[in-house]
Design a protein around this ligand. Structure first.
Ligand code: 13P
Length: 130
């Protein structure tokens, strides 16, 4: 599966810890990330991550483009709901495209915990029918 990993600044530590905890599962998938999130994951885990631009510089939009091309199967987005983001329109657009194309999206660690277990259990097989 092609998985996008995105975390706002105050959630990056959570993302790094999540990817360390589930490296065993994630290493079997193709990972993508926005710039700074991807750099942290690459530096702090053994995972290979394809990095897009940083979020404020268009990274969310690049991931949205992959979704529109049916080139992304899951988005794990650790959002910070307490800090205003300069690129909020890009974030909304990304989430909208997930809804347009029925791409599973979670926006917090709790959702990601469920999603990663579902991935490991084979619940994403339906994506191969797309
Ligand atoms: O801003 C982001 C998502 O909206 C994340 O971007 P970075 O991973 O580059 O910090």
């Amino acid at each position: 599966m092609k998985i996008a990993l995105i975390a706002h600044d105050k959630k990056k530590e959570d993302m790094v810890n999540f990817t360390i905890a589930y490296e065993r599962i994630l290493k079997h998938h193709t990972l993508f990330a926005t710039g700074t999130t991807g750099k942290r994951i690459s530096n702090e885990t053994g995972l290979r991550v394809q990095r897009f631009q940083s979020g404020p510089l268009g990274g969310d939009q690049q991931i949205g483009s992959r979704i529109a091309d049916n080139e992304m199967d899951l988005v794990l987005f650790f959002r910070d709901p307490l800090t205003a983001q300069p690129h909020e329109p890009d974030i909304s657009a990304l989430m909208r495209l997930c809804d347009v194309y029925q791409i599973p999206l979670v926006t917090n660690l709790g959702g990601a915990e469920i999603m990663i277990r579902a991935l490991d259990a084979g619940f994403f097989d339906w994506r191969n029918l797309q």
